[in-house]
Design a protein around this ligand. Structure first.
Ligand code: MOS
Length: 765
């Protein structure tokens, strides 16, 4: 029956987006709406002695100015209760609660006026008298250094220190990745409205509606049902829109409450460089010890990364990839966290793996060179047939195929093992490769499906399509399961009133929601079957439910398919406008008999997040996606410039639900990886801790001119254990290994080993 899944179907929202009909959070307008602009701290550290608001308050159109001096205290966040309530915060310090300034760009006031321009003008007139302290901005002048505990921070197996000491060949180098910012093209925006009953509606640029709903309910002490979050379209999320709330979201909701009017707050591009997350700087030491024959006996990755004294939990888990990528019997991972006056970091596309893969995959390349073998061969020689950390078998791993397919696409045979061997005119040519991996995550999720008497189907879930194609693939899954044509099916997302979905983060939305969509659609067909067998005008009247089948929008007898009628007519005769079903899929399913799947069918459609179950499959298998990145580039040695010539990626993310949208995810990830490798870097002024790069002219993200032809091949083998569809996520793995493949190709071209990103011309000196 499944004919649409896998097909490169065009996006359900394509026309809406290209015609401008798709409404992003900042584009909604409500009657009586006002506009808010944040005032942010101009210093990195200090205490506000007081405000002079005289001029700002007298400016035209000003309705209210909120500072810590005049606003009611908000609930203090206690981590345990916040976790229980599923509230999540990019920054745990709520705005306007104290005079302390701990980073440059921190929200210190919000100005509400009748127009945006007037609010912005008045915000410029707010004067704060600040007792300034010297800030810290680097890993090495940090206020304090923490050593986080737990499996994601520290790990050891075997005897790493002694094995390294005795290794036949040793490698030990340190790699550095800079501060980076997400820079989605849609800056964060929030529009909040409180109605007379105290119900709160928030249009929020977010990667989730369930997360902000829980978070706003927690902060403003409301029942979840009284909070509605709407996020129909997001212009790029990448992690910065993954937290339940940032200071500006809370400031907006607070301002709406204090003024009694709807308030819209849209961040300026410059404000996107503080207070909405970034990737912390990482300094990563990698040690490798091999035996005489090139087998890795010992591997370690030790990371020092930036965080903020307000962010107790998040740091860049750069070592995680090294834990599982190669069969290294002796292993050590360590993370240390330097707390300074740069704003709190947050997950950013492939958090951990993106910077971590730069260190690991360059080090592997360096060791291969030292041992004197082809770097792909070296990786194959040290292939991890099972998860080296847990000893569990992989749910599905096609990395060996990825290596060979990627090598074939790029023409790896043309590579010379010795650097500086290929020259074309003034350019040196190099080939490089790296491995990629990302966890195969899945969380509980729910979906609903309604079949209408006019022949339409409307299915939905409260997840958010952050530009990935979620609307489209869930529509395909629903249409296939129902046997409806695509044009009869609409998939709804982005409204917290729909059934629960997890955040579109951690590459988990597809793997989590798609199986719930299948279940809901199968269930709604069963509801139709029940109607039909009780309906004396139906061709299946009086039959048992087991005898009833469905095909192409028809209800029929499995044994005699000529006896059929459209599903829509059955519904029409019932007198109901639609038939509905809802399903929540709670744990890992297996295509083989759905072992471990527990679902609660036809639960009320506004089901809240179920408690995580013990996941039987997670105890049996290690779930990871894998891939291989290959590139060819040229270096102009005199100018120190790098130009990509060709790219090939082979990738195993289980079964592909839509080749077009999946490929787009890969193109986005690889393109971003090229920017990460060559140009992206946020610099801070050490005196003020101010980001001195805070626009898209200075923060150069890769553009078409930087990106060569990209060939993507999916291995497209269903993962038999992740869920009933066999699909893992594809959102983040694309960026992993890209910078390493480039740095490795630069070495192959020039013989120069660059260990600090970005690979700008000055690094060749
Ligand atoms: Mo992703 S960085 O988990 O939004």
């Amino acid at each position: 029956m499944q004919t649409l899944i896998g097909k490169p179907v065009t996006r359900q929202d394509a026309k809406l987006k290209v015609t401008g009909a798709a409404k992003y959070s900042a584009e909604f307008a409500l009657p009586n709406m006002t506009h808010a602009v944040l005032v942010t701290a101009p210093v990195g550290r200090g205490t506000i002695r007081g405000f002079d608001l005289t001029e700002a308050q007298a400016a035209p159109g000003v309705i209210k100015i909120i500072t810590h001096e005049n606003t009611p205290k908000l609930r203090e966040i206690d981590q345990k209760s916040a976790r229980e309530a599923k509230a999540s915060f990019g920054e745990f310090r709520l705005p306007f609660q104290s005079p302390d300034i701990v980073y440059n760009g921190q929200a210190i006031a919000v100005v509400v006026a009748d127009t945006y321009e007037r609010a912005r003008y008045a915000a410029a007139l707010v004067k704060a008298d600040i007792a300034v302290l010297p800030p810290t901005t680097t890993l090495h002048d940090a206020l304090e250094i923490d050593e986080p505990k737990g499996k994601r921070a520290q790990s050891e197996r075997g005897e790493p220190a002694t094995t390294f000491g005795a290794a036949a060949q040793k490698f030990d180098e340190t790699y550095v990745t800079p501060y980076e910012h997400h820079n989605p093209i849609e800056p964060h925006a929030t529009l909040a409205q409180w109605d007379k009953n105290g119900d709160l509606t928030v249009y929020q640029s977010s990667q989730s509606t369930s997360g902000p709903q829980a978070t706003m309910a927690y902060i403003f002490e409301l029942d979840k049902e009284k909070v509605r979050i709407i996020t129909h379209f997001v212009g790029g999320g990448f992690g910065c829109k993954g937290a339940g709330a940032w200071a500006h979201d809370i400031a907006c909701v607070l301002a709406a409450r204090e003024t009694g009017r709807p308030v819209k707050l849209a961040l300026m591009r410059q404000q996107m460089f503080a207070g909405v997350g970034h990737r912390g700087e990482c300094e990563m030491e990698v040690q490798i010890g091999t035996d005489g024959a090139g087998a890795i006996e010992m591997l370690s990755q030790k990371t020092l990364t930036q965080s903020h004294n307000d962010q107790p939990s998040f740091f860049e888990t750069a070592g995680l990839m090294s834990r599982l990528m190669y069969r290294a019997p002796n292993y050590e991972m360590e993370h240390r966290v330097a707390r300074n006056n740069v704003s709190p970091p947050i997950y950013m596309r492939a958090p951990g793996e993106a910077p971590g893969s730069f260190a690991l995959e360059c080090a592997i390349d360096e060791m291969a060179h030292q041992v004197g073998v082809d770097p792909m061969e070296f990786r194959q020689q040290n292939y991890a047939a099972v998860d080296p950390e847990s000893g569990l078998p992989w749910s599905s791993k096609q990395l060996a195929q990825c290596y060979s397919r990627g090598a074939a696409m790029i023409g790896w045979n043309a590579r010379q093992q010795q650097p500086r061997m290929i020259r074309e005119g003034r350019y040196l040519i190099g080939y490089g490769m790296a491995s990629a991996t990302y966890p195969g995550n899945r969380s509980p999720a729910a979906a609903q499906c309604r079949l209408y008497a006019d022949g339409r189907a409307v299915a939905g879930s409260n997840g958010v399509d952050i530009g990935t194609g979620a609307y489209t693939i869930f529509r395909q899954v629903a249409a296939d399961t129902l046997g409806y044509s695509l044009d009869k099916v609409i998939f709804e997302l982005g409204d917290s009133r729909l059934p629960y979905a997890p955040v579109a983060g951690g590459s988990q939305l597809t793997a989590s929601v798609a199986p719930a969509v299948v279940e809901a659609c199968e269930l709604v067909l069963q509801e139709v079957a029940k109607l039909a067998v009780a309906d004396n005008k139906s061709p299946v009247f009086g039959r048992s439910l087991e005898e009833v089948g469905f095909r192409d929008g028809l209800i029929l007898l499995k044994s005699y398919t000529l006896k059929n009628e459209p599903i829509a007519s059955v519904i029409a005769r019932s007198g109901k406008p639609f038939v509905e079903a809802c399903c929540r899929a709670e744990t890992m399913a297996s295509a083989k008999g759905n072992e471990g799947l527990k679902q609660q069918n036809n639960a009320p459609c506004n089901v809240v997040e179920p408690e995580p179950e013990t996941d039987q499959n997670k105890e049996k298998y290690a779930f990871h996606s894998f891939g291989a990145q290959f590139c060819k580039l040229r270096v102009d040695e005199e100018l120190g410039t790098i130009r990509l010539l060709d790219w090939a990626t082979a990738i195993d993310v289980g079964r592909i639900l839509n080749h077009r949208t999946a490929r787009s995810q890969m193109l986005g990830g690889i393109g971003w990886g090229i920017g990460m490798a060559l140009s992206e870097e946020t610099l801070y002024d050490p005196q003020t801790a101010r980001p001195v790069i805070r626009n898209l002219a200075d923060y150069h993200v890769a553009v078409n001119a930087d990106v060569p032809r990209i060939q993507v091949e999916f291995i497209d083998t269903p993962d038999p254990h992740i869920n009933s569809l066999g699909c893992r996520g594809v959102g983040e793995i694309g960026i992993v290994g890209v910078a390493a493949a480039i740095a490795n190709a630069v070495f192959n071209a020039t013989g120069k080993r660059l260990r600090e990103l970005p690979l700008t011309p000055d690094k060749f000196v």
